[in-house]
Design a protein. Structure first.
Lengths: 364, 364
């Protein structure tokens, strides 16, 4: 049993860094092993660096990015709390659903998919929300929202930011911006398989944690006693040790390459991909000036699809012929947009060149 | 960066099967890749075999065993529902906490730690509970509870069973017993790193699923549209593909060895370990006739600890000198009991021999 080698240029997962593949082969450690606890401390330090924070409560949630989203909301949202959510894509929609299940009164502030949120509109939406929530990098559209501008006007609210597709790819600066709760995912720009949700909470957020949130599994005060290395480690749930060892390898790799250089590499590859697509005559979906380099959305060129093939068949052809995975659109843009990621280890000139060449060959 | 090789004989994680280590090195697949979806289908088939069920909704939850527990309760428990919970260890206690956070009225039926639940007492506890919940193999004590006897008298209630430490080590037969909701974990007898919670729900449980459970991440009706291969796969959250590929390798390994043979191997190793500990003059903790082979609890022999070392220091000595991890006690038995697992790949005569020899050398 083996399987094909893929160049993963969809919206995630991306190809892991080689150091992560190497770490995957190491012998397994227990969650209370002193050697593993050193790895966990190293991961929390590495996450603070990429998140741009000194928050004590910084660690990987034992689930995928959406578990990070749920952990963020469920620990600070009591029934009837007012939560303002910026919605300009699928993950803003998801935030409304998650906050609603916590019993919150959700105030939606919308912008059309493909355009950024208006920070002023988000800040004007309610006079005294307990939480303002926005997606930094909308994976569904390839748009960057201005988290810094929204955080600057948050007032007494907690600012909650989805950094799933931004972390490790483009600048994130929780402390400088004033973000109180942030989560990400390992399978995007961090270059690790899916399964963990890097997470960080400010002191203000910690002070607002519910004593007994609806979720036992995601109860931050209980998890804190294990992940924060102050004295004895209290068992809460068994940490996914193999995944955390892989995340450590990625964070060390990013530190060695240099965070500025990693961001530059993502920026360069994304721009080069977007220029290349436009040079082929394709039309980018996300509004100019607000495009993410690590996640490019482009209109499906209907007139140039090969005879008898729809856009899904073309993606399948790229996969079967070149081993290249790209993503389709979601929500109202399913079947109409492609999403192409250049994230983590896949953010390289050679993957951009491969994708453009393969697309050129497939399209008529 | 590497780390030490361990023989993992604690309460989990156990050492992965070699086939799992091999699978960890394979190239990563995306969660919608046709090759990955074949792996997912293979995993659901393999899980049905070890769970002893034909339940359609059988899949790995994207979290550790406690996420499986939360998924089981949160999808069927509405506020004011009566939930009867058998409590004879830490994980029965945890069930009460999780059910309570769902708003349930929890009826506890206790038995002393180290002894099994009385099935009649569990069944008599309430005339019409909506859920009866029990732990099959109590990892905190090494005791097996009689799930079959409790399931046989469940009436109109749903029977919910924690199979975290039993699955893949001792017989589990959801359909024959009449269990409606069951969850497990990968890092015990299945021989996979921690990070997934195998899960299964009967048709009766599916009919009782809440339309909008408190958890978005663990919403079974939404997850079903992705994991059950009937037509298009609806994206819910990004499946932890690398972990699922590892679980597939373990389930194939178990199928090749034969489930009966795997159970026999666990039984043989556990009995041999327990006989060996008693031959050394140590006293087993769990009541005779109700002991799990895969998880042995033994009183710490205070009089035989080396001068100046407490039980935790002895465990540390086993780790440093022999690379052998065993577990301490929890709850009221912290510092008083050791827990020794022989699970998955670690259920072998050579690990039993190593543990007994190492302990013999360390104790006075």
């Amino acid at each position: 049993m083996s399987h094909s080698e893929r160049t993963l240029l969809g919206p995630g997962p991306s190809n892991p860094y080689p150091e992560v593949q190497e770490a995957a082969a190491r012998p397994l450690l227990g969650h209370l092993d002193p050697e593993f606890l050193q790895v966990l401390d190293s991961v929390t330090e590495g996450l603070r660096a990429v998140f741009g924070t000194s928050n004590t409560l910084t660690f990987p949630v034992s689930g995928t990015g959406s578990a990070g989203m749920e952990a963020a909301f469920v620990n600070v949202t009591a029934p009837e709390d007012v939560v303002v959510v910026g919605v300009n894509g699928l993950f803003g929609e998801r935030m409304c659903d998650v906050a609603g299940r916590c019993g919150a009164t959700v105030v939606r502030v919308e912008a059309p998919w493909g355009t950024p949120l208006d920070p002023e509109a988000v800040l004007r939406a309610h006079p005294a929300p307990s939480v303002i929530a926005v997606v930094h990098a909308e994976t569904s559209t390839g748009v960057r929202n201005d988290v810094a501008a929204i955080a600057a006007g948050k007032g007494d609210a907690l600012l909650l930011a989805d950094c799933v597709t931004s972390l490790g790819g483009t600048p994130v600066a929780l402390d400088a911006w004033g973000v109180d709760l942030a989560y990400s995912a390992t399978q995007k720009c961090l270059g690790v398989p899916p399964g963990l949700a890097p997470f960080s909470a400010s002191e203000r957020a910690e002070a607002a944690l519910l004593a007994r949130p609806r979720s036992w599994y995601l109860d931050l005060q209980q998890i804190r006693r294990y992940v924060v290395g102050e004295g004895a480690r209290a068992y809460h749930h068994t940490a996914p040790t193999a995944m955390i060892v892989m995340l450590d390898a990625a964070l060390r790799r990013i530190r060695e390459e240099g965070l500025d250089e990693v961001w530059r590499r993502h920026e360069e590859c994304g721009r080069s991909l977007q220029d290349g697509l436009e040079a082929m005559g394709l039309t980018l979906f996300a509004q100019q000036g607000h495009r993410l380099p690590q996640l490019t959305s482009v209109w499906v060129p209907e007139a140039r699809l090969p005879d008898g093939l729809d856009e899904a068949a073309v993606r399948r052809l790229l996969l079967d012929r070149f081993g290249v995975e790209i993503g389709g659109g979601v929500g109202p843009f399913a079947g109409r947009v492609w999403r192409i990621g250049c994230m983590g280890h896949a953010a390289r000139p050679r993957t951009v060149a491969l994708l453009l060449a393969a697309l050129e060959e497939v399209l008529t």
